[in-house]
Design a binder for this molecule. Structure first.
Ligand SMILES: CC(C)(COP(=O)(O)OP(=O)(O)OC[C@H]1O[C@@H](n2cnc3c(N)ncnc32)[C@H](O)[C@@H]1OP(=O)(O)O)[C@@H](O)C(=O)NCCC(=O)NCCS
Length: 158
């Protein structure tokens, strides 16, 4: 199976933060942002393997800055790393002020998706072939996270 670059499957999308997606303080409700992250990331994973995917886990999620009602929420997702049947997708969420275009990273996340075949069983995915320096850095960092997760699971009993 031919490898693919992260660029080939990357996804960028944007939403307008409406009052229905806010908490009582007028900033984004975390769960709404997580839903958008999961959906955007799953599309990048699907574009990489071109089959059904399920979210196996959210490996990291950091809310760095609040997002306000009326902000544009810009999500960029790309596949950082591919294992045998799993893929790590990184998502960067920026809040953009629609009146002056100022953009700031508000949230970052890493998620793992597993590709499924027609029988809903994990199936092999194409390798990731990073091209740019950023893609190579993300690939190496993802490789370390996958290794660390597996080592931790081996150490935890029960
Ligand atoms: C994700 C799922 C398919 C994995 O099934 P499984 O029988 O554990 O599969 P395997 O043990 O063969 O593992 C398959 C791959 O998933 C990875 N994986 C499994 N659980 C994982 C987890 N919690 N986090 C990250 N990766 C995980 C494995 O490392 C393996 O990766 P690799 O093939 O690249 O080495 C299964 O646990 C599942 O269906 N979970 C429910 C998914 C779901 O409903 N998500 C929410 C809605 S989309």
């Amino acid at each position: 199976m031919a490898g693919k670059s992260p660029r080939e499957s990357s996804v960028e999308t944007r939403y307008l933060l409406m009052p229905g997606q806010a908490n009582p303080h007028g900033t984004a409700f975390g769960g709404a942002i997580v839903a958008w992250i999961d959906m955007t990331a799953s599309m990048a994973a699907q574009r990489h393997c071109q089959c059904e995917v399920v979210t196996a886990g959210i490996d990291s999620l950091v809310f760095k800055e609040p997002i306000y009602v009326g902000d544009h929420v810009v999500l960029k997702a790309s596949v950082n790393y591919a294992g045998r049947t799993s893929m790590e997708v990184g998502v960067q969420v920026c809040r953009e002020n629609p009146f002056n275009g100022q953009s700031i990273i508000a949230t970052k996340a890493h998620l793992t998706f597993v590709a499924l075949d027609k029988d809903k069983k994990p199936t092999v995915v194409p390798a990731i072939e990073p091209e740019t320096d950023d893609e190579k850095r993300r690939f190496e960092n993802a490789q370390m996270r996958v290794k660390a997760r597996k080592e931790l699971l081996n150490q935890i009993k029960g």
